[in-house]
Design a protein around this ligand. Structure first.
Ligand SMILES: Cc1cc2nc3c(=O)[nH]c(=O)nc-3n(C[C@H](O)[C@H](O)[C@H](O)COP(=O)(O)OP(=O)(O)OC[C@H]3O[C@@H](n4cnc5c(N)ncnc54)[C@H](O)[C@@H]3O)c2cc1C
Length: 396
């Protein structure tokens, strides 16, 4: 007799654990199957931002704003310190040709309701006294926030366990079959479990998991490299990015120098709870290669010193790389596979999964429990890959 659950979640990253938690809050019995350990994937090798300003003005921004509200609630609800902080954020502009791009971006974000404005040099200097004079303008939002992803993972795990969620580590899912009533999910150690619902939250590996039910999910890893400084005093009031970050994320066709374009370089600088600065980052398609490269680290540090010369006096203590789960059309994938009833997908968050984990778990549990999601999410449904069949991109 197989052990049965209402829902099996595949993947113990921040997306899988948020789905599991929300499902448990809706009184579902939940099993999480994790190939390795909690946070062994991208959620353990990333930045920590709930960054609103980087989100495309449309559904992504609306989801991020809603997610931020859930994080605010999680501070007390999860009964653990998740190192939530709202430091605000600035996107620095040091090239005149980037001003109209950022003005347009800000205008569209404001129309969605984001509290964001453009600052002049004097206002910038007040918030960032160590900034290079080359910076000619900047955006500013007081709402950009952060958490510690590891603490969120463990807080979710602990709170979910209290609600009855079970986790099995070292349990790689290798087979998923539907019999007349249940999904039967088998792991590499030949253990099988059954459930009414399966949620594929396997991050950059979700394509492989989807292929077990014959679904061709177009997810590719996009590498990001980060350097970590020694702990230092705050060098400014807010965290900061540069306009290249927005360009490499949303406007990759924009003309840039060869190295920046090839590495997908965009400056990101944020201060952790313990005073270390995380400085990044790149956006590279290099398969599942998680190494850092001398070229990229050098380019990241060069840019940091260019924008904040004070960094030339700060020691780098380590570097790492993580793989963003990127969908080929640049959109998240949240919803049910239309040809596999009861098989749900929650992935494709690329560089936004920490920010969007709370709302993703809520949307997934709303769909599974038959509640109307708070947002119209057709544009991020897996069904879109089926509607492409007529245009030649064939699924199955
Ligand atoms: C450099 C970098 C910086 C980033 N900065 C930010 C940021 O500041 N803000 C933000 O919002 N986002 C950021 N992100 C993105 C964010 O980290 C990801 O979107 C998010 O972590 C993805 O979470 P996930 O749960 O989908 O994937 P993962 O954390 O990778 O979890 C998937 C899990 O599935 C497991 N798994 C895989 N296959 C199987 C299987 N067959 N059976 C069982 N388990 C399986 C894996 O072991 C893994 O633990 C960043 C990413 C990178 C790389």
């Amino acid at each position: 007799m197989l052990k049965g659950y209402d829902c099996i979640v595949i993947g113990g990253g921040i997306i899988g654990l948020s789905c599991a938690y929300h499902l448990a809050k809706s009184n579902k019995s939940v099993l999480v199957l994790e190939r390795d350990d909690i946070g062994s994937g991208t959620s353990g090798a990333c930045d920590h931002m709930i960054l609103l300003q980087s989100k495309a003005p449309g559904l992504p921004l609306k989801l991020a704003m809603s997610s931020l509200e859930i994080y605010r609630e999680w501070q007390s609800e999860l009964e653990e310190d998740i190192e939530f902080a709202t430091r605000g954020g600035m996107i620095l502009i040091d090239k005149p040709e980037h001003i109209p791009v950022m003005e347009d971006f800000v205008k569209r974000q404001r129309s969605i309701g984001l509290n964001v404005e453009i600052l002049d040099k004097k206002q910038i200097k007040k918030k960032q006294p160590w900034i290079n004079d080359n910076v000619i303008a900047s955006t500013y939002s007081p709402d950009d926030s952060q958490v510690n992803p590891f603490r969120v993972l463990f807080a979710l795990l602990k709170k979910s366990a209290k609600l009855g969620v079970e986790l099995i580590r070292n349990a790689e899912v290798v087979e998923i079959r539907k019999n007349s009533y249940f999904w039967e999910v088998r792991t590499s150690s030949n253990q099988s479990y059954n459930s009414h619902i399966v949620v594929n939250a396997a991050g950059v590996w979700s394509g492989k998991v989807a292929s077990l039910v014959g679904f061709n999910l177009p997810i590719r890893p996009k590498r990001g490299q980060i350097v970590v400084t020694e702990p230092i005093e705050e060098i400014g009031e807010t965290d900061a990015w540069d306009a290249n970050y927005i360009i490499s994320k949303h406007l990759s066709h924009f003309d840039r120098d060869e190295i920046s374009k090839r590495l997908g370089l965009g400056f990101a600088m944020s201060r952790t709870h313990s005073g270390n600065y995380l400085i990044g980052s790149t956006r590279e398609y290099v398969g599942f290669n998680k190494s850092t490269t001398y070229e990229a680290l050098q380019a990241i540090i060069r840019r940091a010193v260019e924008l904040f010369p004070i960094f030339s006096k700060v020691r780098i203590i380590r570097s790492f790389a993580g793989l963003r789960p990127a969908c080929e059309d640049g959109k998240y994938i949240i919803g049910e596979d239309p040809s596999n009833s009861g098989f749900f997908i929650a992935t494709g968050h690329e560089g936004d999964g920490i920010a969007l984990a709370p709302i993703t778990g809520k949307l997934v549990s709303d769909l599974i429990c038959g509640r109307k999601p708070v947002f119209e999410i057709d544009e991020i449904s897996p069904s879109r890959f089926y509607s492409q069949i007529t245009s030649g991109i064939v699924n199955k």
